[in-house]
Design a binder for this molecule. Structure first.
Ligand SMILES: [Zn+2]
Ligand SMILES: [Zn+2]
Length: 250
C-alpha cells in the first residue's frame, strides 16, 4: 500500500473513532459505526432531499419551471466548464454540515460527502469518461489554518470509490484571493483571474483528457470557471464538476 493511501485509510479510521458514525446532518450517532449506515442517517435521507428534476443542464441548480433547460445565470453567462452537478441545495442542516467540514475540523464529513457523490453520480461520471479528478485547491495559508483542503478530502473519497486517479498537485492557488463571499459576480471574476497555476500537461498525440473538478460548494461558479479556463488553456478536454452543495440564488 502506498504511504499516501495508507495515511488516508488511517485518517479514515481515526475519524471513525473520533466521530463514530455521526450523521453529518442531524448529529445522530449510529449504533454500528462500521455498518453501511455510516454517514447520512435513514431519517435525514428521507427528509433532506437531493436535487432532482428539473435542474439546470449546465450547472445543476434546481429549476422552478420544468419547461426551462437552464437557470437564469447559465442563460446569460458563458461558463468555461462543460457541465456539472451538485447533490444538495446549500441550506439548513446541509449548509451547517459543510460549515463543520470547513471550520469545525470535521474532516470525516468530507469523506462521507465524497462517498455520497460517488453513490449518487457514479453513472453520471462513467458516462462522461473522466480521466482525472482534481480538487479545487486552497491557498497555502488557508490550508495551514485548516490542516486540510476540504475539496481534496471529498475528491479523494469520490475518486477511491470510482477508481479514478485524483491529483492535488496539478492545480495550485499561489496567490491569496480576497474573500469572495461578499462580492458580486463581476468582481469575483476579476479577483479570480489568474488565481490558479497548473502543472497539467498533455501529450499532443493523444486525446485530450477529460477532467472532473470537485469542490464543496458551487455559488456563482466563478471559482470553478477560472479553474476550468486554466486547465483548458493547458490542454484539457472537457471539464466537468461535482460539488456537494449549490447555492439557490445567483
Ligand atoms: Zn441524520
Ligand atoms: Zn445553471
Amino acid at each position: 500500500m502506498k504511504l499516501r493511501r495508507f495515511t488516508r485509510v488511517l485518517f479514515h479510521f481515526i475519524g471513525i473513532l473520533l466521530y463514530p458514525g455521526i450523521c453529518p446532518f442531524c448529529g445522530e450517532v449510529s449504533t454500528d459505526p462500521f455498518s453501511q449506515q455510516d454517514g447520512i442517517c435513514p431519517s435525514c435521507r428521507q427528509t433532506i432531499r437531493t436535487i432532482g428534476d428539473p435542474y439546470c443542464l449546465k450547472c445543476g441548480k434546481p429549476l422552478e419551471d420544468a419547461g426551462d433547460e437552464y437557470c437564469p445565470d447559465c442563460e446569460k453567462t458563458h461558463h468555461f466548464f462543460d457541465q456539472g452537478r451538485a447533490l444538495y441545495v446549500h441550506e439548513g442542516p446541509v449548509k451547517d454540515a459543510v460549515y463543520q467540514l470547513k471550520y469545525g475540523g470535521r474532516r470525516v464529513y468530507g469523506e462521507i460527502f465524497g462517498e455520497e457523490l460517488a453513490l449518487q453520480f457514479g453513472s453520471w461520471i462513467a458516462a462522461r469518461h473522466i480521466d482525472l479528478i482534481i480538487p479545487i485547491p486552497l491557498h497555502r495559508k488557508r490550508y495551514r489554518e485548516r490542516g486540510y483542503n476540504q475539496a481534496s478530502v471529498i475528491a479523494h473519497a469520490l475518486a477511491d470509490k470510482c477508481r479514478i486517479v485524483c491529483r492535488d498537485d496539478l492545480l495550485v492557488r499561489p496567490s491569496k484571493t480576497r474573500r469572495l463571499k461578499t462580492m458580486g459576480r463581476d468582481k469575483r471574476k476579476d479577483a479570480l483571474r489568474g488565481a490558479f497555476r497548473t502543472e497539467f500537461r498533455t501529450d499532443p498525440d493523444r486525446q485530450k483528457p477529460n477532467i472532473l473538478l470537485v469542490d464543496d460548494i458551487y455559488t456563482t461558479g466563478s471559482t470553478i470557471d477560472e479553474a476550468a479556463r486554466t486547465l483548458k488553456a493547458a490542454g484539457a478536454g472537457k471539464v466537468y464538476f461535482l460539488t456537494f452543495t449549490i447555492g439557490r440564488g445567483q
